[in-house]
Design a protein around this ligand. Structure first.
Ligand SMILES: Nc1ncnc2c1ncn2[C@@H]1O[C@H](COP(=O)(O)OP(=O)(O)OP(=O)(O)O)[C@@H](O)[C@H]1O
Length: 238
């Protein structure tokens, strides 16, 4: 089974085509970087994958579940990290995760064990009882990623999760999220930063509403640096 299947997806804002005949598959346990310049259609795609938007054009399957005909099962398999932080800054990290666990109907010992396990995956257990407000930007992001894993989703979506962070925090978060694939989590990571993509990641280049390229990064680039290859493909600046 694949983590994500998107087939012939289209979306328009009035006359403006934001996605046009977009198709791709992300295998279970694969890290997939969705790379595109501003306006490529990344946010629109995320809004469709999370069902904030719906479209009559095309089909989306999450962990084998059709998002249109089986939205409950599809969304239960989805963890989401939005570009803007949604932590409650007055709660501790543990309380933020506990709140999310409740929303998913998880409580008691089960919730406590999941919170510990998710925080451990992001190397955030030592900060569990600190208020979110006292954390730096990188740690806040790691807490949010841990929170997105609380219901053990098969697929994790992250929309430009490193925006506004320094190089060290970006590298740490990128590394932690790559590690999540080792237990079979499928990751779709939207970015416009080529240094967040590893050679064996799947890379989908989105430009002007269409998929320009889809493959394993090192196969796509050969000896050419990704930044250069990206510019060749899009003619855009990153
Ligand atoms: N509400 C809207 N009405 C009209 N056009 C829109 C609307 N939202 C987005 N668009 C257009 O649709 C296209 C795709 O936008 P989208 O936000 O999905 O791109 P993006 O890749 O996420 O860009 P960014 O990195 O800047 O967030 C762009 O040309 C954008 O101007």
């Amino acid at each position: 089974m694949n983590g994500i299947e998107v087939a012939n997806l289209g979306y328009a804002y009035g006359a403006k085509r934001a996605l046009d005949d977009v198709s791709f598959t992300v295998k279970t346990g694969q890290f997939c970087a969705l790379l595109g310049p501003n306006g490529a259609g990344k946010s629109t795609l995320f809004n469709l994958l999370t069902r904030l938007f719906t479209s009559p054009e095309g089909r989306i399957r999450i962990a084998g579940h059709d998002l249109a005909t089986g939205p409950r099962a599809a969304l239960a398999n989805l963890g989401i990290v939005f570009q803007q932080s949604t932590l409650d800054l007055d709660l501790t990290v543990r309380q933020n995760l506990s709140y999310f666990a409740s929303l998913h109907g998880i409580s008691g010992r089960d919730a406590a064990q999941r919170i510990e396990a998710c925080l451990r995956k992001l190397d955030m257990l030592a900060r569990a009882d600190e208020k979110a407000r006292s954390l730096n930007g990188g740690h806040r992001r790691r807490a949010e990623i841990a929170r997105a894993l609380i219901h053990d989703p098969a697929v994790l979506l992250l929309d430009e999760p490193t925006v506004g962070l320094d190089a060290a925090a970006r590298a740490s978060i990128t590394g932690h999220v790559h590690d999540l694939t080792s237990d079979g989590t499928t990751v779709l990571w939207a970015t416009h930063l080529t240094d967040e993509v590893a050679p064996d990641d799947q890379l989908i280049v989105l430009h002007n509403a269409r998929v320009l390229a889809d493959g394993i990064c090192q196969d796509m680039c050969g000896d050419t640096p990704l930044q250069e290859r990206f510019l060749e493909l899009t003619g855009a600046s990153v």
